[in-house]
Design a protein around this ligand. Sequence first.
Ligand SMILES: [Zn+2]
Length: 482
Amino acid sequence: MAQEALYGRARPKTLAKLIGQDHISNALAQAISGDRLSHAYLLVGTRGTGKTSTARLLAKAMNCDTVRDAQKSGRPLDKKEIPCNKCDACRNFNASPDNVEFDAASNRSVEDVTRMLSTAYLAPLVSHTKTFIIDEIHMLSTEAINSILKLIEEPPSNVAFFLATTEVNKVPITIRSRCQVLNFRLIPQTTIAPYLLRIARHLEVDLHEDAAKKIARLAEGSMRDALTYFDQCYSSGGKEISLVDVDEMLGLISDEKLDKIISAVNAHDRRATADAITVAFNSGVAPNSIAESLITRLRDLEFAKLNRGEKSFAGVDTLVDALRKSISEMYGSGIPDIILEMTLLKLAAPVQMSAQLPTVATDRPLSANLDAGKKIFYDVLNNFGRQDDDINHLLKKAVVTNFDGKTLTLGFKSATLANMFGNNRQVEFEQQAAQAAGHPIKISVVVDKNLSASILDQVSEPDRTALADAMNAFGASDATKI
Ligand SMILES: [Zn+2]
């Protein structure tokens, strides 16, 4: 496979070329220089972080003539010459009968594995040290594990074991305690992206920087995945790979399409949300992949805001939670597209404004008492008004005319409305207002036939849109008609 080919070609040839695992390559270089290598290593880490590559480098270095000469003479070795790749032992390493490699995850029979392990007791045929590299050690049968245990407890001379695993908790403690453990870290995106750009330059491919970053992010710490994605784009594309190419070739949805969905939902615009979802579906990306990409995109946008020292945008937690829930609902469902569509449309419903309105109101300092009064009023309108149609109806006809910090004055155009409010709802409103303000609030009601200002007219420009949405939430599509 072409993907394997690039990963294979890009395997590090020396410890100096091991990417993103300096803590391991430095420690190993010192151990090799001091001739202090162990006869059993347990290499632990996520797939594609360099475990097998490191095992091969070590196996090769143990037999490298240059390394062994340096060890004998006490000459310190540079990471670049471990192994040298020039001596006979290095050049013949790949064909050496003394290096045994197998993947315990493949369906090898117990007999097969036992037979391979039994050769550990025979002297190396052509090399100095016989090496065994076993991937996914935790998948071995108990019988095979016991054979290995015996071998590392009383090792025959000139034998070394490199046991790799992605699930160290499944490796028996007896094995773990007898091996030198090397913990491989996830490789940071900031290491993967420049590495991809370097490889691309070497291959004379114009890989765009944002495309490299996207691949690095998708790889989630695995260099193998990064190279596989890059190879996929490289083999199906041309000499130039852009962000759009990466999205298309890997069957991903573009950030632009995701941003349209996010801003439509955030603006509580159901029409725009429906349109943006349709566009996303038309790109042929699976609904669960769209939902996952939305979560990733939201996380990226949040991090970007954090880095700029900005506040996170309202409702992001709700959105992520809902998307996460929808992904599990989609699993095994015959209607994943409808599940995602309904999730997003529900989030785009104006009713979500309850979470956002106070945020908008507190974004700017309350410049005057009247502003503080209005904020309390909107909070009550948002909570109390939602629970009760009657009070909602009444409050939509009220205007905050004054607030001195203790008494909130509400103006009504007619005495009938003022009486309805005063007789039936004033006490409850005061309780709600006290809750919103955090201290007792008295309500004073005034009647003024000349009151023409609707709620919208009282609000400063930045709040107007948010308020209009809040009014929509209560069924007042045109707040100025109140
Ligand atoms: Zn060599």
